[in-house]
Design a protein around this ligand. Structure first.
Ligand SMILES: [Zn+2]
Length: 223
């Protein structure tokens, strides 16, 4: 290796990075054109640079990919969380009961008890009281015992009290904003309560609004 080679090789890194002066650049280029060993050294440096750049791109790509994966994962977690909450609320609304609002469904007008010629006594709902998809009467005897209570004895009861229950989802949907009476096909809904000949002791049927704790007489045995 000559003195010139030494000098040039000191300059080679700058030359490879393209940061040396114009004067040095010319000198290096001139020398490389004639010197194989310096040319070989420059070739190695370029290759190293290319390899380095290649590695950088790979690293950047993998980092980008990881960031994207993390973003997708956190979006999925948030989505699952929201779906979970929504499902929970829907599940609660669908599976929980509440008392039909006496005012909202105009129950004073829309709920009646009628006895037919066979002695069957029916709970009749009409108009707003039929808005909900799922309505069922909650029964109580005159002592306030519910059907699920131990003290409840339908055979001995002299008066029965009914409270209309609905699914919370119905209560939620059947506001005037979602549905109106006009949307409902005008058809009375009948629920058979009992037969007067079989339940001879029952003399009175009441509607009980458990929100206001008020009783409304719906039916009284004749004679
Ligand atoms: Zn040389």
């Amino acid at each position: 290796m000559t003195k010139a080679c030494e000098l040039i090789q000191d300059l080679l890194p700058l030359y490879a990075d393209n940061v040396c002066s114009e004067e040095s650049r010319k000198e290096v280029a001139q020398h490389i054109a004639e010197c194989d060993s310096c040319k070989e050294m420059l070739r190695k440096m370029d290759t190293q640079l290319v390899v380095q750049a290649d590695k950088d791109i790979k690293v950047i790509r993998s980092v980008k990919k990881r960031i994207l994966t993390e973003k997708i994962a956190s979006a999925a977690v948030i989505a699952i969380f929201i779906i979970g909450i929504f499902t929970g609320i829907m599940f609660h609304l669908i599976n929980t009961d509440c008392t039909m609002d006496y005012e909202k469904y105009n129950l004073a007008e829309n709920v009646a008890v009628k006895q037919d010629e066979n002695g069957d006594v029916w709970l009749v709902r009409k108009n707003e009281a039929t808005l909900s998809w799922f309505v069922f009467p909650d029964v109580m005897d005159e002592n306030g015992n519910k059907m699920s209570d131990k003290g409840f004895e339908r055979e001995k009861a002299e008066a029965m009290t009914y409270t209309l229950k609905q699914r919370k989802i119905d209560s939620f949907l059947t506001t005037t904003k979602f549905m109106t009476v006009k949307d409902v096909i005008a058809k009375d809904e009948y629920t058979l309560l009992f037969n007067v000949n079989e339940k001879e002791k029952i003399n009175e049927i009441y509607y009980y609004d458990d929100k206001t704790d008020k009783d409304y007489l719906l039916w009284e045995r004749e004679n």
